[in-house]
Write a protein that binds this ligand. Structure first.
Ligand SMILES: *[C@@H]1O[C@H](CO)[C@@H](O)[C@H](O)[C@H]1NC(C)=O
Ligand SMILES: *[C@@H]1O[C@H](CO)[C@@H](O)[C@H](O)[C@H]1NC(C)=O
Ligand SMILES: *[C@@H]1O[C@H](CO)[C@@H](O)[C@H](O)[C@H]1NC(C)=O
Ligand SMILES: *[C@@H]1O[C@H](CO)[C@@H](O)[C@H](O)[C@H]1NC(C)=O
Ligand SMILES: *[C@@H]1O[C@H](CO)[C@@H](O)[C@H](O)[C@H]1NC(C)=O
Length: 586
């Protein structure tokens, strides 16, 4: 009798262990030297270059970690930081991820990132398995999801920002000396934020689906074989349902969150919340097999006239992803989903407008990047990667094979551009090739501690931020690689999200190398543009007089260099004059 009890206990213990976080590889996977990215592979499946890219893209998130760091940490130059976050409000908000190049923690883009990565891993999860990266995916997701759980201490309270942007902007330095205490901001029943509550619900629901191994159409998609944790999936689902209810029915009404927390407006003001409600309802419909929720999502799509605001997929606007998800659910589970044909038409109307360049919300740069006026100016790579990701995912659902090949072709061209097939010969991912951006806007990786000397002291980054996607080139396909130029050079959690999904997909199905393996050292240096960028950080590059401190330094450098050139030329001219005079030829 006690034998079977013991066996049972042992069995449950094993089940518990098996259900916990996956063991990380020992020795750990580490990014190879960037020179490895300039070598052709044998082009088999899984392609080692794609699986390395997936590993790099995940590794970036580890470098962004906040809080106490575990003994398994791989980024040797990172230290524990901001351990007191939340203390003033009697809530533990340590942990989680720093949002971008500085040290704030932002719930809206984090939740969007986790939703995007979980959705992608649900579709192309096998790619993580084939790259031996599933344990790192698990590690990356839990680091974010566990923090979101901490940030959601009761049904109708969600912390949405740690660290005030104004304070943040004055601190540029390492992780040991981040000023504290840091302010924290919440939404609640009387001061709600429909968008961020719904987006966070969507992240919890999408990731619950992943941990429960609920895949869509199983012939083309699959979750990672080893990533299953029923009890974690249940926990995530509970948070999703509470937050969805809070988003829908807060007594303060429905509103964008900067109305309740004006401090978020400086960096992540949201334009609307109908798309967030719809995507939350959809991921929940699929998590719970609930047709009523699918219909609620359709209701939001109509009520908030989302089809009229179908521009780009990003942390702020999820609308172009909705018809794709509506279609995926309708196809996989007709009992939950509605009219598949209607949603295919909606998805294809949007994709066709872009790939056929007719009434497109975007234009194509000369170099071939899809560019969304007004959005791409602050980060041009992310909208293109998100579009490439949606096209890839939707390509199994097209109504004709002609559309399928057009979509795949467009997706491939955008990804090729991002990975180096562009006028700069630069893959816009740090540390994957000798032509990768060398000066990403990241205080952690820079190693300097004076924002006034952001470009010069030190001139080179102290640490390589492997796997980080940068903002990207301007509308003239130019990339300057200037650290203070945040629209081009900043890195961010949401920038990397679609790269994970695309790299997983290519690992699992593509034998061809990523484009950058053809790029040898020095190619960017040959085409590096002169002058200054023209963007929000360098208005003087366009003309305007306003100079930031960093801008003044950059400008001073340019003036000094230009003066030296003029001086040099003048001296040479005078020399010629004198010599010619001596020779009597003038
Ligand atoms: C590629 O294939 C060749 C010939 O089969 C082999 O010698 C070489 O080791 C392979 N290289 C890699 C990186 O796998
Ligand atoms: C994954 O691990 C297996 C077993 O150790 C190994 O044979 C394989 O080469 C690895 N694959 C990659 C892409 O690293
Ligand atoms: C972490 O601490 C070490 C040792 O003090 C320091 O050299 C390193 O720069 C720190 N890392 C960051 C990102 O500040
Ligand atoms: C609710 O949130 C608002 C906005 O952050 C805040 O001003 C208010 O103090 C919060 N209410 C409670 C009871 O904490
Ligand atoms: C919101 O409130 C309405 C009216 O009380 C209720 O019918 C609905 O179920 C609530 N929605 C959620 C998601 O709880």
């Amino acid at each position: 009798m006690w034998f079977s009890l013991l066996a049972l206990t042992l069995h449950s213990a094993t089940a518990l262990v098996a259900a916990a976080q996956l063991a990380l590889p020992n020795p750990p996977w580490l990014p190879p030297d960037l020179s490895e990215g300039a070598k052709k592979s044998n082009e088999s499946v899984p392609n080692p270059q794609w699986s390395t890219l997936l590993g790099n893209a995940l590794y970036f998130y580890e470098a962004q970690r906040s809080g106490e760091l575990p003994s398994t940490k791989r980024v040797s130059w990172r230290n524990a930081s901001t351990l007191d976050d939340g203390k003033s409000a009697h809530v533990d908000l340590s942990g989680g991820y720093y949002d971008a190049g500085d040290f704030s923690k932002q719930t809206l883009p984090l939740a969007f990132t986790l939703m995007s990565v979980c959705w992608g891993a649900t579709d192309f999860g096998k790619g993580y398995d084939m790259a031996n990266q599933t344990a790192y995916l698990d590690d990356m997701l839990r680091w974010g999801l566990d923090w979101l759980i901490q940030a959601h201490p009761s049904d109708s309270v969600l912390y949405v920002l740690v660290g005030n942007k104004d304070i943040e902007n004055t601190y540029w330095g390492g992780d040991r000396t981040i000023p504290s205490p840091r302010p924290v901001y919440q939404i609640n029943d009387t001061a709600p934020g429909t968008d961020v509550a719904a987006q966070t619900a969507a992240a919890f629901a999408a990731c619950s689906n992943l941990y429960a191994s609920r895949s869509f159409d199983s012939s083309s998609f699959s979750t990672p074989a080893t990533l299953q944790d029923k009890s974690y999936a249940d926990t995530l689902l509970t948070h999703a349902q509470q937050l969805y209810k809070f988003a829908v029915n807060a007594s303060g009404g429905r509103k964008v969150y900067q109305k309740s927390v004006p401090e978020v407006a400086a960096s992540y003001a949201s334009t609307e919340y109908g798309d967030d409600l719809a995507i939350a309802a959809l991921f929940l419909a699929w998590a719970t097999n609930d047709a009523a929720l699918y219909q609620e999502a359709e209701g939001y799509y109509d009520k908030y006239k989302l089809q009229e605001d179908n521009r780009l997929f990003n942390w702020d606007t999820k609308t172009p992803g909705l018809p794709v998800l509506f279609s995926q659910i309708a196809k996989s589970n007709p009992n939950v989903g509605g009219n598949l044909g209607k949603w295919q038409d909606a998805a294809e109307a949007y994709f066709d407008s872009i790939v056929n360049n007719k009434d497109s919300p975007a234009f194509m740069t000369t170099g071939g990047l899809v560019y969304f006026e007004g959005n791409s100016d602050d980060n041009s790579i992310n909208p293109a990667l998100n579009l490439a990701m949606l096209l890839r995912r939707y390509s199994t659902l097209t109504t004709s094979s002609g559309k399928k090949s057009k979509y795949l072709d467009f997706s491939q061209k955008q990804l090729d551009y991002v990975l180096g097939d562009n006028p700069m010969s630069m893959p816009y991912v740090v540390g994957v090739n000798p032509n990768s951006p060398a000066k990403p806007h990241s205080a952690l990786a820079h190693g300097g501690n004076d924002v006034g000397e952001i470009d010069t002291n030190p001139e080179k980054n102290t640490y390589t931020l492997y796997g980080a996607v940068v903002g990207g080139p301007d509308r003239w396909d130019r990339y300057f690689d200037i650290r203070s130029d945040w629209p081009q050079a900043e890195i961010a959690l949401d920038y990397n999200a679609p790269l994970l999904t695309l790299a997983a997909m290519h690992t699992l199905a593509d034998s061809k190398d990523p484009f950058y393996t053809t790029l040898q050292a020095g190619e960017y240096d040959k085409v590096k543009p002169d002058g200054l960028p023209c963007d929000a950080a360098f208005p003087q590059g366009c003309k305007g007089p306003a100079l930031s401190k960093g801008g003044k330094i950059a400008m001073a450098v340019v003036i000094v260099v230009a003066s030296l050139i003029v001086l040099g030329l003048s001296a040479y001219y005078i020399f010629l004059l004198i010599r010619n005079a001596k020779e009597g030829t003038v």
